[in-house]
Design a protein around this ligand. Structure first.
Ligand SMILES: Nc1ncnc2c1ncn2[C@@H]1O[C@H](COP(=O)(O)OP(=O)(O)O)[C@@H](O)[C@H]1O
Ligand SMILES: [Mg+2]
Length: 251
C-alpha cells in the first residue's frame, strides 16, 4: 500500500531549478534511503513533503490525499502524520525547554492524551530510544546532553504523536562517525517496530544500507536510480551511483 507518492516534482528558487521532475513512492511502514551528494535536492524534496516549500510543478499524495493544496484542519492533521527530523539537533531542539517538555510537545500541539498520561508516554518514548533510566533525562536541557543523546531525544519527539511518516534529514551528520551506525539502526528499528515509514536522507551510502528497504539516488535535482538496497548498491546502473559505491568502498 502506497503511503507517499511524489509525482514529477519540480522546485525553483529565484528562478533557478533545484529539483526537476522527481517522482518517488514510499509504502506504508517502508524504510527508504534518499541518497545523493550535497546540493542534489534531497532536503528540498523533504521540505516540500513536510509542507515547508512550495513546488513549481508536480504532486504530493499522502495517504490518498493531495496534500499540496490542503489548508486548515486537514493541514494540521497532516503535520501530525508527517514528522521532519533535522540534521542538527542543536538548532532544532529549543534550548530553554527540558527534555520532558520537548518530547511531550507534539502531544500538546495535537492535543493527544491528558496531561497526567503524557509523562508516562514521554518516559516510554525515551526508553524506546535507549535513554535510560528515562527519569534521569526528563529535567535536563539540550546543552546538558551529548550529540547522540540530543538526536535520540529528537527521535523520541518524532515518534510520540504516532506519525505515519518520518523524514530524517541527515540525522547523524553532526555526530562522531563511531555513533552514526548505531543511531541509524536505532532509528530504523524504532520505525519498523511502530509501523512508521521513514525516508532517511543521507550522503553516506554505508549508512543508507543500514535498515533501509529501498534506495533512491539523486543527483543535480533529479532521481537517477532507485530500487532495492541490494540491487542498486550491488549492481548500480547509473554511473553516478557506481561512483558513489566506489567512493564508499574506498573510505
Ligand atoms: N532556500 C533556498 N534558497 C535558494 N536556493 C536553495 C534553497 N534551498 C536549497 N537551495 C538550492 O537548491 C539546491 C538543492 O539543495 P538541497 O535540497 O538543500 O540539496 P541537498 O539536501 O541534497 O544537499 C542547491 O543548489 C541549493 O543551493
Ligand atoms: Mg540537505
Amino acid at each position: 500500500m502506497t503511503l507517499l507518492e511524489v509525482g514529477n516534482l519540480s522546485v525553483s528558487f529565484h528562478g533557478v531549478r533545484a529539483v526537476s521532475d522527481v517522482s518517488l513512492t514510499v509504502a506504508r511502514g517502508e524504510s527508504v534511503a534518499l541518497v545523493g551528494g550535497s546540493g542534489a535536492g534531497k532536503s528540498t524534496v523533504a521540505r516540500v513533503v513536510a509542507g515547508l516549500t512550495v513546488p513549481v510543478a508536480g504532486s504530493v499524495t499522502f495517504d490518498g490525499v493531495d496534500i499540496l493544496g490542503i489548508r486548515g484542519r486537514a493541514a494540521r492533521s497532516m503535520r501530525r502524520d508527517i514528522h521532519l527530523v533535522f540534521q542538527d539537533p542543536y538548532a532544532s531542539l529549543p534550548p530553554s525547554m527540558t527534555v520532558a517538555e520537548i518530547v511531550a510537545e507534539p502531544m500538546v500541539i495535537h492535543r493527544i492524551g491528558a496531561k497526567s498520561t503524557r509523562r508516562d508516554a514521554v518516559v516510554a518514548a525515551l526508553e524506546s530510544v535507549n535513554l535510560l533510566p528515562a527519569e534521569r533525562y526528563l529535567g535536563r536541557y539540550p546543552h546538558e546532553l551529548s550529540g547522540g543523546e540530543r538526536q535520540r531525544v529528537a527521535f523520541a519527539r518524532a515518534v510520540i504523536a504516532g506519525p505515519k511518516l518520518i523524514l530524517a534529514d541527515e540525522p547523524t551528520s553532526g555526530l562522531d562517525a563511531s555513533l552514526r551506525v548505531d543511531i541509524v539502526e536505532l532509528m530504523n528499528r524504532l520505525c519498523q517496530d511502530q509501523g512508521i515509514a521513514i525516508v532517511h536522507i543521507t550522503h553516506d551510502l554505508a549508512l543508507a544500507q543500514r535498515g533501509s528497504d529501498r534506495v533512491v539516488v539523486m543527483q543535480g535535482g533529479r532521481v537517477v536510480e532507485s530500487g532495492s538496497v541490494s540491487s542498486v548498491l550491488g549492481s548500480p546502473r547509473h554511473h553516478y551511483t557506481a561512483a558513489l559505491v566506489a567512493a564508499a568502498a574506498r573510505s
